[in-house]
Design a protein around this ligand. Structure first.
Ligand SMILES: Nc1ncnc2c1ncn2[C@@H]1O[C@H](COP(=O)(O)OP(=O)(O)O)[C@@H](O)[C@H]1O
Ligand SMILES: [Mg+2]
Length: 176
């Protein structure tokens, strides 16, 4: 069984969400898969825009791909941005050829991954954003798989059940 490492970040503004994404994007590697969840307007697309920016993509071209299901961008490597919001069932997803996009040459960022959780490869990062409107957001990460060992360790260890103030500077690895 793969160990899951959790981390949690409090994000006060949309700009801070973008900055968080950018920092993640600088560390992003081909083969990484991020599955995002959280309500409408939580900030999934803003976070994805930041990640893409950090990966060398002009984030102005990163829009909500709701109607196309997947949009592909070229940065340091290819980043596929998908949105499963309107997907009815897994077959509809596989009909788009999504399976072929999940490979070691490109990264995949999926909004509304819970619509088709089967799409998550064995090693992946789940990102859940809590909060809406102008309120601050709480972003919970869970890293599954050895490929994430020693990476993103600047994030504060924790999960939604911890009520510690976030954005503590120092961090480490917490195995749960
Ligand atoms: N702390 C915050 N983090 C992220 N977005 C925020 C924050 N505060 C306000 N917002 C706003 O919330 C909206 C999030 O929209 P979006 O990223 O499209 O959500 P989603 O893709 O989850 O539906 C944006 O208009 C953004 O400016
Ligand atoms: Mg979105």
């Amino acid at each position: 069984m793969d160990k899951i490492r959790r981390a949690s970040v409090t994000v006060p503004t949309a700009d801070a969400m973008r900055a968080l994404g950018e920092r993640i994007g600088r560390e992003l590697r081909p083969g990484d898969f991020f599955g995002l969840t959280g309500g409408l307007g939580a900030g999934k697309t803003v976070l994805v825009q930041g990640i893409c920016q950090g990966c060398g993509i002009d984030s102005r071209q990163v829009l909500s791909p709701t109607f196309t299901i997947v949009a592909s961008h070229q940065g340091r490597f290819t980043v596929h941005h998908a949105d499963f919001y309107r997907l009815g069932d897994p077959d509809e997803l596989y009909a788009t050829g999504f399976d072929d996009l999940v490979n070691s040459e490109s990264a995949v960022l999926v909004e509304w991954v819970d619509q088709v959780p089967e799409a998550l490869p064995p090693e992946h990062v789940r990102v859940h954003i809590e909060g809406c409107g102008d309120a601050e957001r709480r972003v919970d990460f869970s890293f599954t798989g050895g490929r994430f060992a020693g990476r993103f360790t600047w994030m504060q260890p924790g999960d939604a059940s911890d009520d510690v103030p976030a954005l503590r500077a120092q961090s480490g690895e917490a195995e749960k």
